[in-house]
Ligand binder design. Sequence first.
Ligand code: SAM
Length: 448
Amino acid sequence: MRDLEEPGPRPTATPCGCVKPALETGNLLTEPIGYLESCFSAKNGTPRQPSICSHSRACLKIRKSIFNNPEHSLMGLEQFSHVWILFVFHKNGHLSCKAKVQPPRLNGAKTGVFSTRSPHRPNAIGLTLAKLEKVEGGAIYLSGIDMIHGTPVLDIKPYIADYDSPQNLIEPFGEFNLHTNQHKPKTVSWSGGKADTGAQQQLSGCDEPQPCSHTEEKPKCAEGRSAGENDMQHDDTARSQRSSPKHGEIAADLGLESRRGQGPNAAEQQIGPYLLEKSLSEEGTDKRLRRGEAAVVPQGDSKEVKPVALHCPSSMADTAHGSVVPAWVREAPVATLEVRFTPHAEMDLGHLSSEDIGQASFKYFQSAEEARRAIESVLSADPRSVYRRKLCQDRLFYFTIDMAHVTCWFGDGFAEVLRIKPASEPVQMTDPAESLVSLGSKISAFLV
Ligand SMILES: C[S@@+](CC[C@H](N)C(=O)[O-])C[C@H]1O[C@@H](n2cnc3c(N)ncnc32)[C@H](O)[C@@H]1O
C-alpha cells in the first residue's frame, strides 16, 4: 500500500529498484477506441450534460487498429438501451487543473474539483451516459450526448441499472455480518424512493443564500468561451500541472441536470458525498447526514461553497431514488429559459432542412423539427458561462449544431434565436479516414 502512495519522479520504480509494469502503477497508456462524430462541433453551445439535449446525436466507429474485427467487440451491446462512454476532454487547451473550480451552477462560487463534472481535472477523462440508438457493424449510434466532434473515446460500458443506480443497491434485510452469519438492522441505507415534497422543502429550508460580495475587477469580454468555461480565478493549481493555463481560463461544470424524458435519470443516480443515515425502525422520521458536510450555495462570486454542520437536515437537497446530491446541484442559479425563434430564424431553419440543390442539409437530424428541438434544449438550459451570463449579457451568442450555425441573444428569462445559417466550415474529423458521416452522405437511417 505504501508503494502506491509514495510520490516520486519514477512512479514505475519500486524500492528494490525493479521496474513495475506501467499498468500496475496506474500509468496507463491509452489508445482511443475511436473518435466521436458528434452534432456539436465546438465546446460553445455543447450541453453540459447529456440529459440536456436528448436529440443530440453522435456515432462512434471502433478503429481497426484496436480490433481487426471491430464488430466482434460490439457483439451483444445492442441488447442494452444505454451505455457509459469514457472519453478524453481533448479540447481542454491545457493539461493543468485546479483543486477548486467554479461550476456554472454555483454561479461563481468554488468547490472541490472532485465534487464537480468539470472537464479540467487531473486526468482529463469524461464520463457520459448516452442512449444507444443502434449498433451497426463496428459502429454505435448514440443520442443524448455532451461531447464535441472528434472526441477521443477510451471505452464503452453497458449501463446496468442494477449495478449503476443506488436505488438498486438497497439491502432490504440490512447488512450481512460475515462473522455472525446474520443480517443486522441497517443503519446506513438509502431511502430507496422519492423523498416526499414536504421533507424536501424542509430539507432545503436551511440553504440560506450567502450575501453577495463581488470584489473582482470586471474583466474584458472574450468571445468563443465554451459552455463549461468561465473566467473566474482558481487557486491550488494541481501538482500535475504540465503547462501554464491562460489566466482564468479554467472551465468547470457539474451540470447534473434532471433528465427530460430520456432514459435513466443520471442526476438522480449520482452518489453524492453525503450518505443518508436512516434507521429502519425510525423510517421517515430521522434523516441525518452521516459523512462529510453538505453545501450552501452562495449567491455571490468568488465564494466557496459553505459547509453546513452535519446535524442540519436541510443541507441535504434530495434523497430521490436513493441518492443524495447537494442543494446547489438541483437548485441551479439560472432558471430554464423560454426559447423563441424570430420569423427570420424560422425561415432559415426551413431553408436549411430543404433538399434544394446547393443547399446544405442536416447530417445528424432527420428534420427541421428535430433540429429545432435540439436548439431549444441547448438554449433553454442556458449554455453561457457564468462569466458571459454576468458580464457579457448583451453579447450575441453563437454555436454550431449539426449544419446549423445559430446566432442568438439572451434577455430576462429567455433566449431568442436570430439567425440560423449553414455552418461555413464542415466539421473535420481528427482522423478523416475514420469518418462515418461525411458531407453529403446524410445518415438518414440514423434511427432506423
Ligand atoms: C461539463 S462536461 C461533462 C462531461 C461528462 N458528462 C462528464 O460528466 O464527465 C461537458 C462539457 O465539456 C465540454 N466538452 C465536451 N467534449 C469535450 C472535449 N472533447 N474536449 C474538451 N471539452 C469538451 C463541453 O463544453 C461540454 O459542455
